[in-house]
Design a protein around this ligand. Structure first.
Ligand SMILES: [Fe+2]
Length: 171
C-alpha cells in the first residue's frame, strides 16, 4: 500500500456516477480534483507536516486553475452562451481558494477543515449544476470535442512531467 492509500472510512469525497457530465475527459479531471482533495483531507486528519500539506495544497490550486482554463477554452470554442457567467464562477472560486490557502500558509490550522468542506460543497454543486449545463448544451449542439480532448490530455501530461506527481493514474 502506498503512503496515500485510503481506507473506506477515510474517503472524504466519494465520486458518484451522478456527477458525470458525460464527457470523459472532464469526468477524469473532476475525479482527479476529488482525489487531490481526499489526499488533502487525509494529510490534515493525520496531522502531517505543514510542508507536506502545502505540497498537496499547491497541487490542488495548480490543478484547479488548469482544469478551469481548459473548461473555459472548451466552452469558448463551442460558443457556449453561458460562458461568461461560468467563467465568473471559476474566478470567484480561485479567489477564495487563494485566500484560504494563503491563510493556511500564515498560521490558522482550523482553516484546513474550512477549506475542505468549502471545496467539497462547491465542487458538488458546480459539477451538478453549471458543468452539466454546459456539457448538455455542447452535446445538443453537436460540437466535436475531439481536438480539445487531445489538447487537454497533452496539457496534463506536461503538468505531471513537470511536477513529477501523479495523484490518480488516468492517462
Ligand atoms: Fe466548471
Amino acid at each position: 500500500m502506498s503512503e496515500f492509500a485510503m481506507s473506506d472510512e477515510e474517503i472524504f469525497f466519494k465520486w458518484s456516477p451522478d456527477y458525470s457530465v458525460e464527457i470523459n475527459t472532464i469526468d477524469n479531471q473532476h475525479q482527479e480534483l476529488i482525489c487531490i482533495l481526499n489526499h488533502l483531507f487525509i494529510a490534515v486528519s493525520r496531522r502531517q507536516a505543514d510542508k507536506e500539506i502545502a505540497v498537496i495544497l499547491d497541487d490542488l490550486v495548480a490543478y484547479t486553475k488548469t482544469h478551469f482554463a481548459l473548461e473555459e477554452k472548451l466552452m469558448q470554442q463551442a460558443n457556449y452562451e453561458g460562458f461568461e457567467a461560468h467563467k465568473l464562477e471559476h474566478r470567484k472560486l480561485i479567489e477564495r481558494l487563494d485566500q484560504l490557502s494563503k491563510k493556511f500558509l500564515i498560521d490558522e490550522k482550523q482553516i484546513h477543515f474550512e477549506l475542505l468542506s468549502f471545496l467539497k460543497l462547491w465542487l458538488k454543486e458546480h459539477i451538478q449544476d453549471s458543468d452539466k449545463k454546459y456539457s448538455s448544451a455542447l452535446r445538443n449542439s453537436g460540437f466535436s470535442i475531439a481536438a480539445w480532448e487531445r489538447e487537454a490530455t497533452a496539457v496534463f501530461m506536461e503538468m505531471v512531467e513537470k511536477t513529477g506527481r501523479w495523484w490518480r493514474k488516468i492517462w
